[in-house]
Write a protein of this length. Structure first.
Length: 78
C-alpha cells in the first residue's frame, strides 16, 4: 500500500496520540476515528423512524435548554 506524508501541528499530534490504542499506527487510529464518525452519521435522522418521536425530541430539547440555563441545579427528568 502506498503511503503519503502529512504535516500536522504539535497540538493535533498530541490529540491524535491520546486517541491511539496501544500497538496501533497513526494511520489505523485515523481510520478508526473516521469510521466511528461515519457510523454516527448513519444514525442521523433515526429519531424520525420512531413513532411519536417529535414529542420525545421536544422534551429532550426543553431539558437541554433548561440544563444550560441552570447548570448548577439538579434537573428532574421524570
Amino acid at each position: 500500500m502506498a503511503s503519503k506524508s502529512i504535516s500536522i501541528t504539535e497540538d493535533v499530534y498530541q490529540l491524535l496520540k491520546q486517541f491511539q490504542i496501544k500497538g496501533e499506527s497513526f494511520s489505523q487510529t485515523i481510520m478508526r476515528l473516521i469510521k466511528r464518525q461515519e457510523n454516527l452519521l448513519n444514525l442521523a435522522g433515526a429519531w424520525k423512524k420512531i413513532p411519536e418521536s417529535d414529542e420525545a425530541i421536544r422534551i429532550i430539547e426543553e431539558t437541554v435548554k433548561e440544563t444550560r440555563n441552570r447548570p448548577n441545579e439538579q434537573i428532574n427528568l421524570i
